[in-house]
Design a protein around this ligand. Structure first.
Ligand code: ATP
Ligand code: MG
Length: 424
């Protein structure tokens, strides 16, 4: 037996032992999660769990960490589209690709790449980018690129273009096998959901708060959502929108809890007892108290709103201060420095815009005076509120809250259309 035949047999044996002869997989690359020093195993474990949950039912047989990447091994005929849609929404993923494990020996690798070349689509130019995560191999990255490049060129007739190719063949050589894939999909980046403490998002039916929710998800927070409505004083359109927005959010964080809280009775009390210009700020103070209590049931440690400075009357520094006055938790306002147009663009990218722009009757519009105070002073607002039985109104709001449990959305049609521009 010649050395090379012995090598080939050994290689084939390794491949079979690993069960990976041209086995399809998804190669997932992360970046930020890999940089967390001693917390790295925790971040990676969270990312792995989220990938497992997000891809449940999509033909993933096993998930494995492999030197700087995560591999999702697939059943032979696992459909790519649903997998792609789901992985594109897992925070912590920087990029990913459908790939294959091939032998580390060059001939086997070339055969594998040529067999799968039709999946690369149409291309007039291409490049090969080879990396070795495992350096003890006879072939250098350059040799792999040159030889594989020649084979792809011969098979496809396409030209090599290293600076701006139509298509890239990526090769990553690991100890037991070589991975190859064509092109890469962009992931949403950020940190895996669950790697930061949980938060409570005040979710209106508007454009801003769903975008704020996705911003904190992207920084690793799991979010409980709380929506306030004035049904039956107003119609229930905002509740329907909140449910649909929660579904979109669930495509990014998995199972999601949404509370629907009737605010109408509390608003009525405010209207009969307190000066009209303070109404909106007073509504908000009750929202903050009730949302914090509901979210705390699920471990919520901070409140998140879609406030953007100066956008509407309730969002002046003075009014935000008057609302925050009753917060016992950190308040996060991830959109504070953004323009409406920037927020709307982001809402389109993440898939919430079409839902948010549907007309509704927001509870803050109920009994609102033509001239709300924009420079609410703390002393004044506290005095105005002191005539109310705040504690029992808050308890009533908590008691009346309806819990809606939303499972991870299976059909992600709204967001699926936006797949190429998902970064948040
Ligand atoms: P959005 O588009 O998120 O409604 P907005 O620009 O309309 O924001 P406001 O309506 O003043 O601004 O609301 C500011 C923030 O207060 C919202 O982003 C949201 O976090 C919270 N909020 C307002 N209304 C509600 C509601 N009905 N239920 C829950 N939270 C609300
Ligand atoms: Mg609003």
């Amino acid at each position: 037996m010649t050395t090379s035949t012995a090598d080939e047999m050994e290689n084939a044996a390794t491949m079979q032992a690993h069960g990976s002869r041209m086995r399809p997989c998804v190669v997932v690359h992360y970046h930020e999660v890999g940089l967390k020093g001693r917390n790295r195993p925790f971040f990676l474990g969270t990312l792995e769990t989220n990938l497992r949950q997000a891809t449940a039912g999509c033909g993933v047989t096993r998930i494995e960490r492999a030197t700087g990447r995560i591999l999702l091994w697939l059943e032979p005929h696992a459909a790519w589209e649903p997998l792609r849609d789901r992985i594109a929404r897992v925070f912590g993923v920087v990029n990913f690709a459908r790939g294959y494990a091939a032998p580390t020996k060059l001939d086997g690798l070339i055969q594998g790449v040529l067999a799968r070349l039709p999946e690369a689509g149409e291309f007039a130019t291409f490049a090969v980018r080879a990396r070795r995560a495992f350096k003890d191999l006879p072939l250098s990255s350059r040799e792999i690129a040159v030889k594989l490049g020649a084979a792809v060129q011969a098979a496809s007739g396409a030209g090599v273009n290293l600076s701006a190719p139509d298509m890239t063949v990526y090769v990553e050589v690991l100890p037991q096998f070589a991975l190859f894939f064509f092109n890469k999909e962009r992931g949403p980046g950020g940190l895996p959901v669950g790697s930061s403490a949980p938060v409570t998002v005040l979710l209106s039916g508007g454009i801003d708060s769903p975008v704020a929710a996705l911003r904190v998800l992207k920084r690793g927070c799991r979010a409980v959502l709380v929506h306030f409505h004035s049904f039956p004083f107003l119609n229930n359109a905002s509740q329907e929108k909140a449910r649909e927005l929660a579904e979109v959010i669930s495509a990014y964080q998995g199972a999601t809890i949404l509370y629907l809280v009737p605010l109408g009775d509390i608003q009525r009390q405010i209207v009969v007892s307190c000066p009209a210009p303070y109404r909106v700020v007073l509504y908000r103070r009750f929202m903050v108290r009730i949302a914090a209590a509901l979210g705390a049931r699920h471990g919520g440690r901070a409140l998140v709103t879609g406030d953007s400075l100066g956008q509407v009357a309730s969002q002046t520094i003075e009014n935000l201060t008057a609302v925050e006055d009753v917060a016992t938790q950190l308040m996060l306002r991830p959109l504070i420095g953004m323009d409406k147009q920037e927020i709307a663009d982001e809402a389109e990218r993440v898939g919430t815009y079409e839902i948010s722009i549907r007309p509704d009757q927001d509870c803050c519009a109920l009994f609102v005076p033509a001239n709300p105070s924009i420079h609410t002073d703390l002393k004044g607002i506290r005095a105005a509120e002191s005539v109310l039985d705040v504690e029992s109104l808050v308890q009533q709001g908590i008691a009346d809250a309806e819990l809606v449990a939303i499972r991870q959305r299976e059909k992600q049609s709204v967001v699926a259309q936006k797949k190429s521009t998902l970064s948040v």
